[in-house]
Design a protein around this ligand. Structure first.
Ligand SMILES: [Zn+2]
Length: 188
């Protein structure tokens, strides 16, 4: 029994993943729950206490990807959307299967010296081999408006997609995109 209890909360190779509190060095519960849409539309459940499952998923995301990425880039990322309750997800037009519903996905922006440069996010995630499930690059591929990244425990598929101006999701090769950014002078 003690043996079993000591193993609970462990994820293989990632150390302890807490399900009771957010363990991130950089981000807090208000980051996880942030939603301008929920504020605008008075979706109060968006800001209700989070379930242990959502906190655990958020901790997996921060411990495997978001915290190491933040440390590499040298400053906090701007969080646009992280966990969404179903009403918020519907209000923003999210997919019914969106990983945002789990807490294991975040939409982020990175500003270098005050200038938006989301290529840095994508390049660092590829270079340092963070175990993401899916990454979606929004807007102009050479000047992305936003990056959506999911890290779901046990699902390191690394599906990299570009959502183009027609609304289609186009698969992108990691090394081709990394080389493209490198040629543009992006260094991470
Ligand atoms: Zn997203």
């Amino acid at each position: 029994m003690l043996f079993l209890m000591s193993r609970s909360g462990k994820a293989a190779g990632t150390g302890t993943v807490s399900s009771t509190q957010l363990t991130s060095q950089y981000y807090n519960l208000s980051d996880v729950q942030r939603s301008q849409t929920a504020l605008d539309e008075n979706i109060t459940e968006q800001f209700a206490p989070l379930s242990p499952e959502v906190i655990r998923a958020a901790n997996y995301l921060t411990s495997t990807l978001l915290d190491p990425l933040t440390k590499k880039l040298g400053s906090k990322l701007e969080i646009d959307s992280w966990h969404r309750v179903p009403a918020t997800n519907t209000a923003v037009g999210g997919s019914v299967t969106s990983f945002h519903l789990t807490g294991g996905t975040v939409d982020i922006d990175f500003f270098k010296d005050g200038v938006l440069d989301n290529r840095m996010i994508v390049a660092a995630i590829i270079k340092y081999d963070y175990p993401y499930t899916e990454m979606i690059v929004y807007g102009d591929l050479n000047n992305p408006s936003e990056v959506h990244v999911a890290a779901i425990e046990g699902r390191p598929e690394k599906e990299l997609l570009h959502k183009n101006s027609s609304g289609d999701y186009i698969p992108i090769d990691e090394q081709t995109l990394f080389q493209n950014y490198y040629d543009q002078g992006v260094r991470v």
